[in-house]
Design a protein around this ligand. Structure first.
Ligand SMILES: [Zn+2]
Length: 194
């Protein structure tokens, strides 16, 4: 009986360690208050861990040597507002993924000013959800918006309330797609020639 319990525990551990790892860099150009940034990262970690993907934070200031940059590094850049990107975006766009040749599929922008209309109490949490949505665009096929959940194109009061309670999530189908894309990237990174 004990053997069985141990076997199940080991199987569980193996399952946990098999979660694909995704390297993510955070560029905070908006000087977000430290506490909110910490909350945002925690939310982002939690949202992805719940669908079986582990985020590994890579500090872009840690080393200037290009050789140490993880292969398939995904970048989330927090900008104060959309103005610097010189794009026409709708008033309530929370972010955008880059379409330029060298950034396509690798860089997502999130606009910090879109969180400022909310009570400071939840700003870090919302920011984390905005980041999770935009990172989702980098990992999902094109036109990834859905009628419900974290990938809704526009969020209403109900969605924000769900976010406050940690209930705004990817749909099961999106979770599968993200997990398999993450596994693909992780395997490709492992197999890359050194
Ligand atoms: Zn979107």
């Amino acid at each position: 009986m004990l053997g069985l319990v141990v076997a199940i525990l080991v199987a569980d551990l193996q399952l946990a360690s098999e979660a694909p790892l995704i390297s993510v860099a955070l560029l905070d150009d908006a000087r977000v208050p430290h506490e909110w940034l910490r909350q945002a990262r925690n939310e982002l970690d939690r949202i992805y861990r719940e669908i079986g993907v582990e985020l590994v934070w890579w500090d872009p200031t840690s080393c200037s040597d290009q050789a140490t940059v993880p292969r398939h590094l995904l970048t989330i850049a927090i900008r104060r507002n959309a103005a610097s990107l010189q794009k026409k975006l709708s008033e309530d766009a929370i972010g955008i993924t880059s379409g330029t040749a060298d950034e396509r599929g690798r860089v997502a922008y999130v606009f910090y000013d879109r969180t400022e209309r909310f009570t400071p109490l939840h700003r870090g949490k919302y920011l984390g959800h905005f980041m999770a949505h935009e990172l989702g665009h980098l990992l999902l096929p094109q036109y990834a918006h859905s009628a419900r959940g974290l990938m809704r194109a526009q969020w209403n009061r109900d969605d924000l309330e769900r976010a406050e309670h940690g209930q705004l999530k990817f749909t099961p189908e999106q979770a599968n797609l993200i997990r398999s894309r993450a596994s693909q990237l992780a395997a490709d990174s492992r197999n890359a020639p050194k």
